[in-house]
Design a protein. Structure first.
Lengths: 219, 148, 372
């Protein structure tokens, strides 16, 4: 198979397979979570579970002072690479075209030079996060092979995307094929790893918020 | 290329040229400047093939307009017409090769004292001498050019 | 560069002698060499070497076989009747067989071909345009001989093969889905001879001539890329030489064919341009003797010098987009996932109920489901 064949495979059957695994996997996960249900709290409600849940979905985004003091580095670099990923994935013109082709939705893009800068910063933040994890004895102890795998799968599309834009190392078709295939690997890994937090985080926050909200406690 | 037939309708499609060029003009002029310096310092000739660079629409014309025309314009007729002009910068020559259909085959910028192709070629001179000699032998003429 | 023992044509005339015989002066010859250098994308400094090489090169015999093609490649090459550079190259070679260009027809033509092949066995250059149908040899025949048989026979005595056009190089249009004739490329059939692929639909005429000129001058194969294409013409992608590249880099794209961006000459990525994945000389050498090329005329690159460009997801679909109907796939996957999810959820609930009724305790193992 030459580079053109790889590219056609990546844009064709591989994308379909990745989509099937991602969508099926996440839907199965969601339904399982929902069907598992929560333990019924038979105490009298002292506050609104719904209000607490909805509120927490948003307020969890800002960490408490105490938490920030303990894990400042993780929180800051974490935010940097999450925001960076958001900008790179959703605000780059060629990517918006993919969403348009699949969902029929389109929105304005940022100038590519700006997104390129965001990509570089994101890659650096991810490297910093890994170095921190390796150097911290507790984090290193807690880390399993899946944590490293997920890190690798996240940084690979950023690196291959950067290479594709700057035309580094491989031929045109191969650069694009590698980038698209790295995204497909990420898509496949979603339902089976902690990456699924991207979809389930709001559900988790809601649950936590509604538990405390019911008890009348501010969360 | 064949010219369009007379009966072809004239379309009035406005052509707008992008304001932003690829920026090949300035680097090329710098290259020419360096070549002229080399010519003065070492007598080194440089030839630049204009067809080897990606030029935006209008850039080729812009370069030619910038280079302008100097004191010399030569028309060479070999395998079609070629125009060799000295630009307004002495030593910088613009050579345009055409075929017998007037299609442009190549455009070169040559920096030299005189373009190589203008010089009479050894082999051609020899062939011409042979021709001249044989004409003198077959048709003897007196000093006033008349046959005796 | 592979050295091939090049043709000793029966009249043993060199190219230099052939041109002189046509009354071309040394100046004319130098002009020919200068434009040939341009043709081969060689720097002007190479001109003296080219002059010397052409002076002494023998005129090769060339046999041109046309198979399942539209004749666009020959058309691209032979645009005028009066001598052009291309015409001179052809005069400098001995084109012993070519359907569209030759005067002879029928049995006389076939006899001429066979004679040339016999006389120049091992030394002639075989040029092929068009794909070869393997589905049923009857799909394309010449004088009752199937393409595949004629190709194999001609290739046997060839010094080298030039596959002109995307059909001969990669299978081209006939090979596009569903490939009703079983069309394949030259390289799919002939595996024991050097093959130069000169793809494009059609290839830029000077590229075809440039490859022939290379044979003429250096008597060997030019440097080829992984798809067998001469690096001199296919070494750069359209994207890397495109004059609209600054707009791509900044993210300024034309959205439709006649919006403000299009009028300002912005990048055509969104309109389906395949420039980033296409290797050809269009952006530099251009078409119609340097007049323009598709992107300059406002149309996205089709990628016509790449394999499978007809099936690469649509000429007007951007390179980043998937080629299949993903939305439909996602909906089916969601439906299937829902079914499986409900079943799994029910099983989970059942096992939870059983665990409770059997008073099973929770252990540490239950709390670390993911691999460590």
């Amino acid at each position: 198979m030459n580079a053109s064949d790889w590219l056609l495979w990546a844009r064709g059957p591989a994308f379909e397979i990745a989509t099937i695994i991602l969508v099926m996997g996440m839907v199965i996960r969601f339904i399982e979570i929902l069907m598992l249900g929560r333990k019924k709290n038979l105490a009298a409600a002292k506050g609104s579970a719904m209000a607490g849940g909805l509120r927490t979905m948003v307020t969890r985004s800002v960490p408490e002072a105490g938490v920030f003091k303990r894990s400042g580095f993780t929180i800051i670099t974490g935010y940097i690479f999450h925001i960076g990923l958001f900008v790179v994935i959703f605000l780059l013109a060629p990517h918006i075209l993919v969403f348009d082709s699949v969902l029929g939705l389109s929105w304005p893009a940022l100038p590519t030079t700006i997104v390129d800068a965001f990509a570089v910063v994101t890659i650096l933040a991810l490297i910093a996060v890994l170095v921190n994890r390796l150097n911290n004895p507790v984090k290193r102890y807690l880390s399993g092979w899946m944590d490293y795998l997920v890190w690798g799968l996240t940084i690979l599309p950023l690196i291959t995307g950067y290479m594709a834009f700057h035309r580094i190392g491989f031929s045109g078709p191969m650069l694009l094929a590698l980038h698209i295939m790295s995204v497909e690997l990420l898509m496949i890994a979603f339902p089976f790893t902690k990456l699924s937090h991207a979809f389930t985080l709001f559900l988790a926050r809601f649950y936590n918020g509604s538990i405390t909200g019911l008890k009348g406690v501010k969360s | 290329m064949n010219k369009a037939p007379e009966s072809f309708p004239e379309f009035d499609i406005p052509v707008t040229v992008a304001e932003e060029f690829t920026g090949n003009v300035t680097p090329l002029l710098h290259e020419i400047r360096h070549a002229v310096q080399a010519l003065l310092a070492e007598g080194e000739t440089t030839t630049i093939d204009m067809r080897s660079m990606p030029l935006a629409p209008g850039e080729e014309t812009r370069i030619e307009t910038l280079l302008g025309e100097g004191e010399i314009r030569v028309e060479l007729n070999a395998l079609g017409r070629s125009d060799i002009i000295e630009t307004r910068f002495p030593g910088v020559w613009l050579i345009t090769h055409r075929n017998t259909e007037d299609v442009i085959l190549g455009k070169h910028i040559q920096i030299s004292f005189i373009p190589d192709i203008l010089k009479a070629q050894q082999r051609d001179i020899e062939a011409g001498l042979e021709q001249l000699s044989s004409e003198l032998q077959t048709e003897p003429v007196n000093d006033s050019g008349e046959k005796p | 560069m592979t050295q091939i023992k090049l043709p000793r044509h029966h009249d043993q005339e060199t190219v230099g002698e052939a041109l002189r015989r046509q009354g071309i002066s040394r100046r004319g010859f130098l002009k020919f060499c200068a434009t040939t250098a341009s043709l081969m994308a060689l720097p002007p400094a190479m001109i003296p070497r080219i002059a010397e090489a052409l002076e002494n090169a023998r005129r090769p015999a060339v046999i041109w076989l046309s198979f399942q093609e539209c004749t666009g490649c020959t058309e691209s090459l032979t645009r005028s009747h009066a001598p052009t550079l291309e015409g001179l190259i052809f005069d400098a070679i001995s084109l012993d067989y070519h359907h569209t260009l030759q005067a002879a027809a029928g049995e006389a033509a076939e006899a001429a071909r066979e004679e040339s092949m016999k006389e120049n066995h091992g030394n002639y250059v075989l040029v092929v345009d068009g794909s070869i149908p393997l589905g049923n040899p009857g799909y394309s025949t010449i004088a009752g001989i199937s393409n595949v048989d004629m190709l194999k026979e001609a290739a046997e005595g060839a010094a080298a093969i030039i596959a002109v056009g995307s059909c001969a190089a990669f299978g081209g249009l006939p090979q596009a889905d569903p490939n009703p004739t079983g069309a394949v490329s030259v390289a799919d059939i002939i595996t024991d001879k050097p093959i130069i692929n000169v793809p494009g639909c059609p290839p830029i005429p000077v590229v075809i001539t440039g490859v022939l000129a290379h044979f003429l001058t250096f008597g060997g194969l030019p440097e080829l890329d992984e798809l067998g294409r001469p690096m001199a013409f296919y070494g750069q992608s359209i994207h890397d030489r495109c004059y609209r590249r600054p707009f791509y880099d900044k993210g300024q794209f034309a959205e439709t064919f006649d919006d403000e961006g299009a009028k300002k000459g912005w990048c055509l990525y969104k309109l389906g341009c395949k420039g980033p994945t296409t290797y050809n000389a269009c952006a530099v050498t251009k078409w119609n003797d340097g007049t323009s090329f598709p992107i300059e005329a406002g149309h996205p690159c089709l990628g016509c010098s790449e394999p499978n460009f007809w099936d690469a997801g649509g000429f007007y679909e951007a390179l980043s987009t998937p080629t299949e109907k993903i939305a439909r796939t996602a909906v089916y996957a969601a439906a299937a996932g829902a079914a499986v999810g409900v079943a799994a959820g029910a099983l989970n609930a059942a096992s939870k109920k059983r665990a409770i009724s059997q008073h099973q305790t929770t252990t540490l193992d239950d709390l670390t489901p993911e691999a460590k």
